[in-house]
Design a protein. Structure first.
Length: 77
């Protein structure tokens, strides 16, 4: 049982670094998002992984939400 359908379903992708590799750069990824960096350019593999892994996506979303609560925002004006 292989093929594009199962690869998509199981998250197999040549560019997907997997959960462990994602955790190695999760802090850098979150910082880049908060700075407004082009994470698609800097972390394409992580974005592929997040599309396929709901657990990692939930972790990233939680970290971003927490970081946004404690990170001062620049004043608008």
């Amino acid at each position: 049982m292989t093929g594009p359908f199962f690869e998509h379903l199981l998250g197999a992708d040549d560019v997907d670094p997997g959960c462990d590799a994602g955790f190695e750069v999760i802090d850098q990824y979150v910082d880049a998002v908060l700075r407004g960096d082009d994470v698609a350019l800097k972390y394409p593999g992580i974005l592929v992984h997040l599309r396929h892994c709901p657990a990692c996506r939930e972790d990233i979303d939680g970290l971003l939400a927490a970081a946004r609560q404690v990170t001062p925002r620049p004043e608008q004006g």
